[in-house]
Ligand binder design. Structure first.
Ligand code: NAD
Length: 298
């Protein structure tokens, strides 16, 4: 299985396709942006000017697109363009309903399919260290394993169709809530005259410890590699965090799950985005909490 069509060569798809080439796969790439197709060509991807051209002869098709509506539209087009047996993998982060619909489309066309959203951001896409959360048939998963290994480090089969999307949405709901919790603690600490470093030194080895604190600390200083030290340049953009929180809330509504903190996190990221911060790192939401808290003590 060496011939792959890659559809969507943006921030994530471009470097992922490049890593497939580095690992010996033949990759034909297509994006609506000709500039991105040319950029991918520089990394060894065979440039294509249409979806049909890209998927011609491909044994596997990977999509990496903005949202569910794009994936649905591209997969509908794929159904008339690929023969039965072509393995279809969607790596985009999309809503559960669309994920189920595209699996059903593929099943009708006798094409094995996987949903395989990722975490790790653009840095992980470039370094080939993404985490893949995969939903689908275990045998199809095994067949596709070498493809995931060329782009990622941790590859987890989460269950049947759409389980990868479910895992991604639940994980990012934890992340959105935990980042706000850590930001709230720093803002309260500021009010109480506690230094950032002192709070970090205690919470990072105590029960408040979490990824949002120890890897992605939202104040500059304690974790020198966190986006707070680079004026909140992403990283993981606040617009993408809002997108994922909204997906979690749509799923919570559809299933009746009670997620009050997820709902509040979604509202706060919505406000942060409305104030023009969509392109900033999501840890920058600490500024919204500070603004709403009035003047700080340190
Ligand atoms: P992006 O906007 O940079 O790339 C998406 C690309 O899809 C664009 O280049 C666009 O031109 C192309 N596209 C749209 N419709 C198309 C079509 N019909 N045919 C061909 N190409 C089409 O987005 P991204 O940052 O690469 O993210 C892609 C997906 O990965 C999203 O679902 C996002 O939520 C998810 N994701 C992103 C990150 C991140 O840090 N950027 C991290 C994890 C997951």
């Amino acid at each position: 299985m060496t011939s792959i069509a890659f559809i969507g060569l943006g921030h994530m798809g471009g470097p992922m396709a490049a890593n497939l080439v580095k690992n010996g796969f033949s990759v034909r790439g297509f994006d609506l942006s000709p500039a991105l197709v040319s950029e991918a060509q520089g990394a060894g991807v065979i440039p294509c000017t249409s979806l049909a051209e890209a998927v011609g002869g491909a044994e596997v098709v990977i999509t990496m697109l903005p949202a569910g509506k794009h994936v649905l539209s591209v997969w509908q087009e794929l159904m008339t363009a690929v023969p039965a047996g072509t393995v279809l993998i969607d790596c985009s982060t999309i809503d559960i309903d669309s994920a189920r619909k595209v699996h059903a489309l593929a099943a009708d066309a006798a094409c094995p399919s996987l949903d395989a959203p990722v975490s790790g951001g653009t840095g992980g896409a470039v370094a080939g260290t993404l985490t893949f959360m995969v939903g689908g048939d275990p045998e199809v998963f095994s067949t596709a394993q070498p493809i995931f290994e060329a782009m990622g480090k941790r590859i987890i089969l989460c269950g049947g169709a759409s389980s990868g999307q479910a895992a991604k949405i639940c994980n990012n709901m934890i992340l959105g809530i935990s980042m706000i919790a850590v930001c709230e603690a720093f803002v309260l600490g500021e009010k109480l005259g506690l230094s950032h470093q002192a709070l970090f030194d205690v919470a990072s080895v105590s029960s408040g410890q979490c990824w949002s604190l120890t890897t992605y600390c939202p104040v500059p200083g304690p974790v020198p590699t966190s986006p707070a030290n680079a004026d909140y340049n992403p990283g993981f953009a606040a617009a993408l965090m809002l997108k994922d929180l909204k997906l979690s809330q749509a799923a919570a509504q559809a299933t009746g799950a009670m997620t009050p903190l997820g709902a509040r996190a979604s509202e706060l990221y919505d406000l942060f985005n409305q104030r023009g911060n969509g392109e900033r790192d999501f840890s920058g939401i600490i500024s919204l909490l500070r603004d709403q808290s009035g003047e700080t003590s340190v």
